[in-house]
Design a protein around this ligand. Structure first.
Ligand code: ADP
Ligand code: MG
Length: 563
């Protein structure tokens, strides 16, 4: 088996997902079947038992929601979204068309398979997949299972805010200070405070709201703009007084609201028009149709209070870290709704003028994941082709220096075919701006000093020659070193502790272990002294064992029941 660097980064999002491949040192987003950068994280099962993923599944959802207004009753569900919310739980998603139910990780694996299918020139069995900074152990395990189900045998996880910061950090001149990643997604909001020193980044603290996202904006547009329009033009009092019918109406209108909201990030006004026969009838039998104009000013009034909630969360996060908005060197925008000019203005006024708009908020996470991937070793099982020279390379895959040492040696036992009596190698940087010249190597090894371009993912091609100067295939044949950013140690996203019996109160309570508090850099060691076991544990007696469950808890959970 040989070692190569990973190439793929995947943003497995609640609402949208994306895949990015490292190509010659650059993270390149791969287009979906609809030629878009992102794929809706949506899975649909048809009557013919065909699985659809992405935009075609999302269109099915839209049609189902419109159809439901014709009878004002809900249809059987065969289209699923937002299953990332239930990662690690045993929530079943029942499909009447398939006569069975699916778990969150099975649906997620369909999304991963679809993303893999967009890379037709490669089979992907190793990738970096991003997860929210707050994902717990069970959610992490479920994400890994989804990857395995999708045939990604070697999957490593990276926190979304770190990924976004990598995409940002590489392109930016800003290499240090306090950064705030503001990730407003489709259904969740996550804020992460990062400390960056000499390009080394570390998540310091996180906060968020699992029920705040673009969806809230869409329903606000439905409730405050679209439903009032329908009320003016139709009679829908009965529909609105019935909770189920009202929800069916709101769900159908949400798609129109979303379209308008998204367009109004770039235009001053837009039309909302529905097709003939799209919706059902009002209380008096008139077919409901939409034909209206929405302005940016109208949207502004509707979205402002929702965005304000996210801004308030950031203010609290800053405050508890004794920081002010003015202490931030950069505020990084992530997530579709951050295209909104209304939000960008609010952030500049209330948090910091340093709002960075240089990275695309919809693809930053996937790009950062691919950049990170390029520094992670992965084993390839493919047999090395006949006549190939096997090499061992070792080097730091990210660096804040402008040159980096790569040690290289020949692995004679793993070479296939004959090894020339003299072997030479040459490193060439992908911009052709630097090359090492031919260096003779052997099994003792040597060190090559590689010149790095600043603020970039540097890729070096490796070529091997015999003494006559003929090319000899070698493996690995590339080296990737990222200059300018380094991922610091991850930190604990929760307090880690155990449950102990509190005699004074005669009950069991969760206590965090000293050293394993939230935001401690890992690896970390926890200590708790002065506890007694409920029964005797004699050394060497195998039947004397005690199970100690480990729990993770928020900062305010000390003293509560672990369950
Ligand atoms: P997630 O991280 O949850 O997968 P995304 O970052 O993909 O979510 O964001 C999805 C949300 O972004 C949706 O609510 C979508 O309507 C919204 N969105 C997409 N494009 C725009 C836009 N141009 N303006 C405003 N919102 C947008
Ligand atoms: Mg996201």
């Amino acid at each position: 088996m040989a070692q190569v660097k990973m190439k793929y980064g995947i943003d497995l999002g609640t609402t949208n997902s994306a895949i990015c491949k490292m190509e010659n040192g650059d993270p390149c987003i791969r287009k979906t079947d609809f030629l878009k950068d992102t794929l809706p994280s949506c899975v649909s099962f048809t009557k013919k038992k065909v699985v659809k993923v992405g935009d075609s599944a999302y269109n099915d959802l839209r049609q189902d929601k419109s159809k439901a207004t014709k009878k004002w009753s809900k249809l059987n569900e065969n289209v699923f979204i937002e299953f990332k919310r239930t990662m690690g739980l045993n929530t079943p998603y029942e499909s009447s068309n398939m006569d069975c139910s699916f778990s969150s990780e099975e649906l997620s694996s369909e999304v991963l398979k679809a993303l893999k299918s967009f890379i037709s020139d490669d089979t992907i069995n190793a990738a970096i997949i991003t997860i929210p900074a707050k994902f717990k152990a069970d959610q992490i395990a479920a994400t890994k299972r989804a990857a395995t189900l999708a045939g990604i045998e070697h999957c490593e996880l990276l926190q979304e805010p770190i990924a976004a910061s990598m995409a940002y950090g590489l392109s930016s001149a800003q290499k240090g200070g306090m950064w705030l990643v503001f990730d407003f997604g489709g259904g969740t909001f996550d804020a992460a405070l990062l400390k960056v020193e000499d390009g080394i980044m570390q998540v310091k603290d996180t906060e968020g709201d699992n029920y705040l996202g673009g969806k809230n904006l869409d329903y606000a547009v439905v409730d405050e703009i679209i439903v009032p329009y329908i009320q003016e033009n139709y009679v829908i009092d009965e529909i609105l007084s019935d909770d189920m019918k009202k929800q069916i109406l709101r769900d159908a209108m949400k798609f129109y609201a979303e379209q308008a909201k998204n367009q109004l990030s770039f235009k001053s006004q837009c039309d909302i028009t529905s097709q003939l026969d799209e919706f059902g009838e009002d209380d008096e039998g008139a077919e409901v149709e939409l034909d209206m104009v929405v302005t940016q000013q109208q949207i502004k009034e509707v979205v402002t209070p929702i965005f304000q909630k996210a801004i308030n969360i950031c203010k609290d996060l800053l405050q508890r870290n004794n920081l002010q908005g003015s202490d931030l060197d950069s505020l990084i925008l992530v997530g579709g709704p951050t295209y909104s000019p209304v939000l960008r203005e609010m952030l500049k006024e209330q948090i910091t003028p340093n709002v960075d708009t240089s990275v695309d908020p919809m693809t930053a996470v996937a790009k950062g994941a691919a950049l990170y991937a390029s520094g992670i070793d992965s084993e390839v099982k493919d047999e090395i082709k006949a006549g190939t020279i096997a090499l061992e390379l070792s080097y730091e895959s990210s660096s804040v220096e402008t040159m980096e040492f790569v040690s290289i040696k020949l692995l004679p036992n793993e070479c296939s075919g004959t090894i020339p009596s003299k072997l030479f190698v040459e490193f060439t940087r992908n911009d052709n701006g630097w090359s090492s010249g031919k260096l003779e190597i052997n099994e003792i090894g040597d060190v090559v000093e590689c010149q790095l371009m600043e603020g970039k993912a540097n890729a070096f091609a490796l070529t091997a020659y015999d003494e006559k100067g003929s090319l000899i295939p070698c493996f690995p044949n590339e080296v990737n070193i990222m200059q300018g950013i380094v991922v610091g140690n991850a930190v604990l996203p929760y307090n880690i502790g155990i449950e102990v019996h509190d005699r004074s109160q005669n009950r069991d309570a969760f206590i965090p272990l000293k050293g394993l508090e939230k935001n401690q850099p890992i690896p970390a060691i926890g200590v708790r002294n002065g506890l007694k076991t409920p029964k005797q544990l004699r050394p060497g007696v195998t039947t004397d064992n005690m199970v100690i469950p480990i729990y993770q808890g928020e900062s305010n959970t000390e003293g509560t029941s672990a369950i």
